[in-house]
Design a binder for this molecule. Structure first.
Ligand SMILES: [Zn+2]
Length: 299
């Protein structure tokens, strides 16, 4: 190769790298993940003071990122009976970004986790500090790149107690339910240890698949599955495994982004230190690209 063409190749590589990086603030992504999964938050169990600290942090981020509050503000409290019959209070946090069309895309992740058990803190770095921190990155992206549709960014509470926050949101949404076109849900999006991030849901909603095809990168492949009940049974079927479930129940199309279960799933070892920053950042890039394509593509 001649010197000049080598130079051109180098420049285009640098430009591509810069474009990839500029989708969102990667340092903030890691710092937010670190804070949300730190011991000080004691595993963010619904109803605890530390869960309230996590919620206040989410709300502060939403404000700083320029998300609009709804008429009642960012907080959406709800109440439910636990399995033992005790009344538990949870709070979802939601804000939105104005688009050009009068319909909504709901992008979600749960911020609660399971707390402390037998004196061990379950920090839930992957589950689901990773999705919560990614939510901020996506909010940042759509604040800077005006979307076609209105985007609702919501951090759900009480997922670990049976998808309670998402169920409350769908039962009592801040906008007319028929204006919600799709739910993009994230739960465990950091530990793509084998280089695969799963997009679940296209078995039910094949119209969404074309937007998700071809955005894989060298580091992380976006793969499909865990939805078709013929192929995936029991725990292996993720149709109702997280907060997209209540949306699917009322026939709102969804894509759920998540990684395969790993040895630290729902263990006290699901820690920040075990997250590979390069892989996590790449997963978030892929999800932002997917969300952007879906926003541009949907009528
Ligand atoms: Zn989870």
């Amino acid at each position: 190769m001649r010197k000049r063409s080598v130079l051109i190749v180098l420049i285009s590589l640098v430009v591509t790298a810069l474009q990839a990086q500029s989708l969102y603030n990667e340092d903030a992504l890691m710092a937010n993940l670190k804070f949300l999964s730190s011991d000080s938050l004691q595993g963010r169990k619904t109803g605890t003071p530390e869960n309230a600290v996590a919620r206040a942090f989410v709300q502060k981020q939403f404000k700083q990122l320029g998300l609009l509050p709804f008429d009642t503000g960012y907080d959406f409290p709800f109440e439910f009976d636990s399995r033992t019959g005790e009344k538990i209070k949870g709070v979802n946090v939601a804000g939105w970004i104005k688009g050009k069309k009068d319909s909504y895309i709901v992008i979600s992740a749960h911020y609660d986790h399971v707390g402390v058990r037998n004196d061990k803190i379950y920090n839930g770095a992957d589950d689901n500090a990773s999705g919560t921190s990614a939510l901020f990155a996506i909010a940042e992206y759509f604040s800077k790149h005006k979307p076609e549709h209105n985007i609702i960014i919501v951090a759900f509470d009480a997922e670990e107690m049976g998808l309670r926050g998402a169920s409350a949101f769908v039962a009592n949404p801040p906008v007319a339910v028929e204006k919600i076109l799709v739910n993009l849900n994230m739960d465990m999006v950091a530990r793509a240890d084998k280089g695969e991030l799963v997009a679940c849901g296209t078995f039910y909603y094949p119209q969404l698949k074309p937007y998700l095809e071809g955005i894989s990168s060298e580091k992380v492949k976006l793969v499909f599955g865990h939805d078709d009940p013929e192929k995936y049974k029991g725990q292996d079927n993720w149709t109702f495994s997280s907060d997209h479930g209540p949306f699917h129940r009322v026939k709102i199309p969804f894509v759920y982004f998540g990684v395969e279960d790993h040895k630290d799933y729902h263990q006290p070892t699901d820690d920040f230190e075990l997250v590979n920053p390069d892989i996590y950042k790449e997963c978030v890039r892929l999800i932002i690209q997917a969300a952007s394509r879906i926003d541009k593509g949907l009528k």
